[in-house]
Design a protein around this ligand. Structure first.
Ligand code: TXA
Ligand code: MG
Length: 332
């Protein structure tokens, strides 16, 4: 591993010394083929040994996840990636620049990665989480950990241990509690396995940041073949149990909503134009992104009948935020 990245990981690992016992027990469960939920800097993950097909099958079962939706594999060093995938120069550059951090790279898979982990694809997505507990768990387990977000498929992702337990209850024996996650939206998924770079999901690292490092422009997926490379986008996602409406900038929707007599809740950075039944206001867009999933879980229990969300600016994390809000709205 290059010295900069290795040093960053070593420093992170020193942060959770006093939780050794708990981490060792969780690592034992992973090695024995069981499931452990753990925090990352983005959202909580539901982890299993990525190289153990039966263990990975338990993840699909617990989440009710479609079997053709591949799972991101979490690593704590580059050697783990080299065991599982073909690395190219772009991937190495991005890892050195953004890892540990919220960037998942889709690479050509080697046969060591079970078909289940890859959802049947010839590629595998890998990332190194920027979270001390997550890194320590992977190190202690000694194997790469496959982990989707630790929610029931289709629900908002969990950003604290309570949300994990709310969704998964008894199907996960151990939840490592690392408090609230720091980014709050999932990682960026970038496919670097083909001729052209493809952004499959906007997330914690922006398109502009990636372009700056590589000196090339990332173009949207064009052909049907390119669009198919992102299986996750086919499914219902991020949806609370209460319908969500993402308004456009100047839309006059209050009179209509009020006339309907429905109890409406407001989500945004600015005050709504009239009084809602409930509102959650964020200090800025970063907080809106960080707290979105928690806010959705709070509002669906508030008695509100519809959630109205203010549109974010599409810059930096705002692009990922807009993506999640749009998909939550589409799915209601
Ligand atoms: O921040 C995150 O990425 C979190 C934490 C736990 O690391 N994980 C997460 O996983 O969001 P999940 O399963 O909820 O979303 C993974 C996304 C899905 O849309 C999936 O289709 C896509 O990544 N994906 C995984 N492997 C892929 C591959 N080989 N090719 C294309 N897309 C892939
Ligand atoms: Mg998910």
């Amino acid at each position: 591993m290059s010295s900069g990245l290795a040093a960053r990981v070593r420093k992170k690992l020193m942060e959770c010394g006093e939780r050794r016992g708990e981490i060792e027990r969780a690592a034992l469960i992973i090695r024995a083929g069981g499931l452990v939920a753990f925090p990352t800097e983005t959202v909580y993950g539901l982890g299993a040994n990525a190289l153990n097909e039966r263990a990975v099958a338990l993840i699909y079962e617990a989440k009710g996840r479609p079997s053709d939706n591949p799972i991101i594999v979490h690593v704590s060093n580059i050697a783990m990636v080299e065991e599982m995938a073909e690395l190219n120069s772009e991937a190495r550059l991005l890892m050195e620049e953004f890892w540990p951090g919220p960037l998942s790279l889709v690479l050509k898979a080697k046969l060591t990665v079970p078909v289940k982990t890859r959802g049947g694809l010839a590629t595998v997505a890998v990332r190194m989480p920027d979270n001390a507990l997550a890194l320590a768990l992977i190190e202690a387990a000694g194997v790469p950990i496959a982990a989707p977000s630790a929610n029931i498929s289709g629900r908002p992702s969990p950003t604290d241990a309570h949300a994990v337990k709310q969704d998964l209850g008894d199907s996960v024996a151990v939840v490592l509690d690392g408090g609230a996650t720091k980014v709050g939206l999932e990682s960026t998924v970038l496919d670097v396995s083909g001729e052209r770079l493809l952004l499959l999901r906007p997330g914690g690292i922006s398109e502009e940041e990636i372009e700056k490092v590589l000196g090339v422009e990332i173009l949207p997926a064009r052909s049907e073949e390119e669009k198919k490379r992102s299986p996750g986008t086919r499914y219902r996602h991020y949806a609370p149990n209460v319908p969500l409406l993402l308004v456009k900038e100047d839309e006059e929707f209050w009179p209509e909503v009020e006339a309907s007599g429905k109890k409406w809740a407001w989500l945004g950075v600015n005050e709504p134009r009239s009084a809602p039944y409930r509102k959650i206001l964020f200090a800025d867009e970063a907080e809106y992104a960080r707290e979105l999933f928690r806010a959705l879980r709070i509002l669906e229990k508030s008695g509100a009948e519809i959630i109205i969300a203010e549109p974010p600016n599409e810059k930096g994390i705002g692009t990922a935020l807009k993506d999640r809000l749009t998909r939550a709205a589409e799915n209601c």
